[in-house]
Design a protein around this ligand. Structure first.
Ligand code: SME
Length: 147
């Protein structure tokens, strides 16, 4: 159902930012434990950096993240989804708030190249599992059409 709702958002005649914000709102409303939901976009001027895009949740100081840094930067470097059940065990991690306990970051590709990523934080430990990974990866595959 969430994938159908994302399809509707994509097919609506709205800007990229409006569509991404709608997806943030949808996820935070429909998926339990998603306390911060946002997008980081590869900087078109500098592909070594991610820039904060639309999000819902508490403001973050991490408005730019270098590829390789934190969970977000590692997901780009490795070119794969990173699912962290307990952020306190991660050494390469950028904290947004002490309330955050688990996180998932899913790359978004256009023509095979990573252009952005979906980042979700939870205040619950191990909030995300293999099923979430599968759904969010499908969702991000669809979102690639927007770029
Ligand atoms: N925790 C992320 C930083 C971004 S915030 O979650 C919004 C990381 O380690 O890359």
């Amino acid at each position: 159902m969430i994938l159908e709702a994302v399809e509707d958002i994509i097919n609506r005649d709205s800007s990229l930012d409006e569509a991404l914000l709608s997806v943030c709102r949808l996820i935070s409303k429909d998926v339990p434990g998603c306390d911060w939901v946002g997008f980081y976009i590869i900087d078109p001027q500098n592909s070594d950096e991610l820039v904060l895009g639309p999000y819902v949740g508490a403001p973050t100081e991490h408005s730019r993240i270098a590829v390789g840094r934190g969970i977000c930067g590692q997901a780009v470097e490795k070119g794969e989804t990173i699912l962290v059940k307990d952020v306190s065990k991660e050494s390469n991690y950028l904290s947004c708030s002490i309330d955050v306990k688990s996180e998932i970051v899913v790359p978004i590709r256009k023509d095979g190249k990573i252009v952005a990523e979906l980042d979700i934080d939870s205040h619950e430990k191990a909030n995300f599992n293999a099923e979430h990974k599968e759904i969010f990866e499908k969702l991000c595959e669809k979102l690639g059409e927007l770029f």
